[in-house]
Ligand binder design. Structure first.
Ligand code: ZN
Length: 251
């Protein structure tokens, strides 16, 4: 992983300049793909799709048009990853539509799972306070309405909601490429035994799933030359289709 000089990004609200991390190159070493579509890429971190200005505290969607230059030196910089608490605040403040809404709601779903996903490194779903659980459920149902064509991902969302019969019903309709059939089979097996916890579908089996606790921003790096087509953006554009594209063979 080779860092590049950070980009300079201008807050669309107050005009404050921010340093955004960049990489000259990265790789998929230690990449982990989770069943809720969260993809952890320690050697190839990308800029958060939603950022928070450290000065005016307002949120905005990352857009390459906001980059106005590049730092001369390798100063401290950030990919702007937000805590779960900040993601909730961002949804309230931005009230997005279309792809932006899908992006943020998926981040929120994953943010909840970072805390209460029921997998290694997180708490069981039953430990989530009632208001958090309600927020997860409401958000998940909004997502189901926004992406009905992505049956595999919808089946996963129903499984995480604890609606196992609906999940199994959808999984029966999912047509998978052969290499994806294994993922659907794992999902089916978990739904059959009433297990709603997220699980690793590809990558290192020992990876813990821990929440971002920092309220503001955490330093990550992104690979500069893939910034416009990074994994998360492709994920948002294709959602469950990611499971059936050739990238899966990289794992
Ligand atoms: Zn600002």
């Amino acid at each position: 992983m080779l860092p590049a000089k950070p980009d300079i990004l201008k807050c669309p609200h107050c005009g404050r300049l921010m340093r955004i991390s960049a990489l000259m190159s990265g790789d998929t070493f230690d990449m982990v793909q989770w069943s809720d579509t969260k993809c952890v890429t320690p050697m190839m971190e990308s800029v958060s799709p939603v950022l928070k200005c450290p000065v005016c505290k307002k949120y905005f969607f990352y857009n390459s048009n906001l980059i106005i230059g590049e730092c001369n030196t390798f100063n401290d910089s950030s990919c702007g990853h937000l805590s779960y608490k900040s993601l909730k605040e961002a949804l309230r403040q931005l009230q997005p539509h279309g792809k932006d809404e899908i992006t943020l709601r998926i981040m929120l779903l994953q943010g909840f799972n970072d805390h209460y996903g029921g997998c290694h490194g997180t708490l069981p779903r039953t430990d989530a306070p009632a208001d958090e659980r309600k927020l997860f459920d409401d958000n998940a149902r909004c997502l189901l309405k926004l992406i009905p064509e992505n049956k595999l991902f919808c089946a996963e969302i129903y499984r995480e909601l604890g609606e196992f019969d609906k999940s199994l019903e959808l999984l029966n309709d999912v047509v998978c490429a052969p290499r994806i059939a294994t993922i659907a089979e794992h999902m089916r097996e978990r739904a059959s035994r009433r297990d709603s916890s997220v699980f690793i579908v590809a990558g290192c089996g020992e990876c813990e799933r821990t929440a971002i606790k920092d309220e503001e921003m955490i330093v990550y790096k992104r690979r500069k030359d893939i910034a416009r087509t990074n994994i998360f953006k492709r994920l948002v554009n294709k959602l469950a289709d990611k499971y059936i594209n050739d990238e899966t063979e990289e794992f």
